[in-house]
Design a protein around this ligand. Structure first.
Ligand code: SF4
Ligand code: SF4
Ligand code: FES
Length: 247
């Protein structure tokens, strides 16, 4: 068994005792397969029993272990200590752009509210006849949105987004991605409702296409492309209404 060691500088904040967040340093042994989440579990089990962080699936599915790792948003379960062999210390902080709740746990309720706002579910075309077995979706229809359906709501894209940092009214990358995903599902009839959100300054037009959200997305969802396509749909909607009004 290898006996390499790595230092971790972890942002600690316990609101019941701490006036402000501060850093504490720990050291753990690691092996080739040790993830950042494994290292955190080791630190909690052996050195800091009150250390708070979120995790569940340990396989990049639930999205709960997202955090800043050396200043970049990542999933702790999908990131390995070996990837930081060349650095002396790994810094762990809660996701940027969200309020800190405790240690590495932040409050992502603003993102959740924004995702809910775009109605991320199928609004049936015929309410009296919801999705029945005779409502078939072909592989080609699925391909129209499949990539954008891979979002696990981890929040890495919000932590990376400079526009969300500046303006919390901006609905943000994951919400806009899910908006696009449902608007391009052939079983859905919610496009007019979602276009109202997409067309606003706080919708697709609030994005300056920096693209960092796509760089950090652990599921390769590519929110930047979804937003770009959304801008196209929004512009088309504007032109349609313009000609309708001036007929
Ligand atoms: S788009 Fe990617 S980074 Fe953003 S919440 Fe979804 S999975 Fe996470
Ligand atoms: S492309 Fe848009 S949503 Fe993505 S990080 Fe840049 S400004 Fe934010
Ligand atoms: S623990 Fe579920 S994504 Fe990391």
């Amino acid at each position: 068994m290898e006996n390499k060691k790595k230092k971790f500088k972890i942002l600690r904040y316990r609101p019941e005792t701490d006036d402000a967040p501060h850093y504490e340093t720990y050291e753990v042994s690691y092996r080739h397969e040790t993830s950042i989440l494994d290292a955190l579990n080791e630190i909690r089990d052996t050195q800091a029993p009150d250390l708070s962080y979120r995790s569940s699936c340990r396989m990049a599915v639930c999205g709960s272990c997202a955090m800043m790792i050396n200043g970049v948003p990542h999933l702790a379960c999908k990131t390995f200590v070996r990837d930081y062999e060349k650095v002396d210390i790994i810094t762990l902080e809660p996701l940027e752009n969200f309020p800190i709740e405790r240690d590495l746990v932040c409050d992502i309720s603003d993102m959740v509210e924004k995702i809910e706002r775009v109605k991320p579910y199928i609004i049936p075309i015929d309410k009296a006849k919801p999705l029945t077995e005779d409502f078939v979706q072909s592989p080609r229809q699925l391909e129209k949105y499949r990539q954008f359906a891979q979002c696990i709501n981890c929040g890495c894209c919000y932590a990376a987004c400079p526009q969300y940092k500046l303006n919390k009214e901006f609905i943000g990358p994951a919400a806009l991605t899910l908006l696009y995903r449902y608007n391009h599902d052939n079983r859905d009839a919610g496009t007019p409702q979602r276009l109202e959100i997409l067309n606003q300054d706080s919708g697709a037009w609030g994005c300056t296409m920096v693209g960092y959200c796509s760089d950090v997305c652990p599921k390769l969802v590519d929110p930047t492309s979804a937003i770009q396509l959304g801008k196209g749909a929004s512009a088309f909607d504007y032109i349609k209404h313009f000609f309708k009004k001036n007929k």
